[in-house]
Design a protein around this ligand. Sequence first.
Ligand SMILES: [Fe+2]
Length: 473
Amino acid sequence: MPQVNAGAPSENFFLNGNFSPVAEERDAEEMEVIGSIPQDLAGHFLRIGPNPVYVFSEEAYHTFDGDGMIHAIEFDNGSARYRNRFVQNEGFKLEQERGDWIYKGMNSMMDPTPPRVPEGAPTGKNLANTAFAYHNNTLYALHEPSQPTIIGLPDLTTIGTTDFNGKLTHPFTAHPKVDGKSGEMMTYGYSFMSEPYVTYSVINAEGELVHSTPVTIPKPVFMHDFAASEKYSVFLDFPITLDIERAISGGPALGFEADHGSRIGLLPRHGTDADIQWFEVETGVVVHTANAWDDGDELILQASRSINADIAGAGTSEGNNLSENQGKLYEWRLNTKTGEVAERTLSDFPCDFTRVNDVYACHATRYVYAAVFNPTRPFTFDGVMKYDNTEDSTEVFRFGENRHGGEAVFAPKVDAKEEDDGYLICFVHDEARDQSECQIIDARDVVAGPVARIIMPFRVPYGFHSGWVSANS
Ligand SMILES: [Fe+2]
């Protein structure tokens, strides 16, 4: 199949309905608003996701394969301005020039059709479709097998990829952690093919990569996220493994392997491989963490954790048990002196896309925000939740019938004093009316629902992660 027919129905779940891409880059101002946009909201709301243009096979297309597209709303003094732009890395531009696919995608790796990568071009496509980081006044669009892509604000131009002056020797996770106080950015990359399977780096507040070390794990695993406290960087050696023999015998190449067990490793922020302390924990799956912090001798990690996972099918595999692979908010307390582990479920709502107020990242947080899963349809979110560690309580706002969203990001108010002094912002799509909107929810009153709904003049497809860049940052 050459070009995806944007907006047309498809047999592929991730090319159908509001998962279907949009074809055009647009701009909009003067949009209809229900309610009013807060005056104390100033900055850029960003949402990134897969928006495929050319695909090798419609049937085999995987949602991780789509070209990155950013949808952004710039807020200033109660006004809103929308833009959407492709991330234009080299692989994207080569396919644009050719007018057809060049790279095949993750479900077609075993297909005998040769790829069409021209000599000298990157062997993989840096899709930059997954998540953002904002560090040292620089916005990055991220894709875990690749280098970070620098994006210009406010116009979302692709400035280019970076290897931090030649010092970055490994792929760069989509989920680095920026310490809200020290300004350091902790990152890592993982490899399925060769040791070290994990390499970790620290980038200082001025944007210089100052420390790297391998992290030894026994076999390659899908390690989509990690965590960092003030003292430690936290690695999850959890059992989504790559197994070619399993693939040859008809199973998924990337699949859940309970026998692998689950371990959490604590690496002192500037430490090396030999310094890591590993803790055996109950076997499960973590796709996204929320935050980690130090409490005396203990490291506290909070994340969405599921019993199982369907990474290869992104939740759509036949016979897949959604209740087992939708995570719930979970906590581990790891005692670095005694080696003891205490772990528990914090909230019963199935959720993912866990977030905290980024200003407090790597330090103690009272609140976790997350997207609440639809329990019957894969990769579908029906609302947002706020978990309160002090009260051990969860508040939920549901978008309503036929209305689904994605990751809500926390945007602090201009003069925020408290941790939850801000707004949750996310895109929501009404599938019955085929109408997208941007919702702004007061984080101190989640149950009340949005204080503003910006009615989007163009469809905004479902995507992956959101980001927020304050105007004064
Ligand atoms: Fe992610």
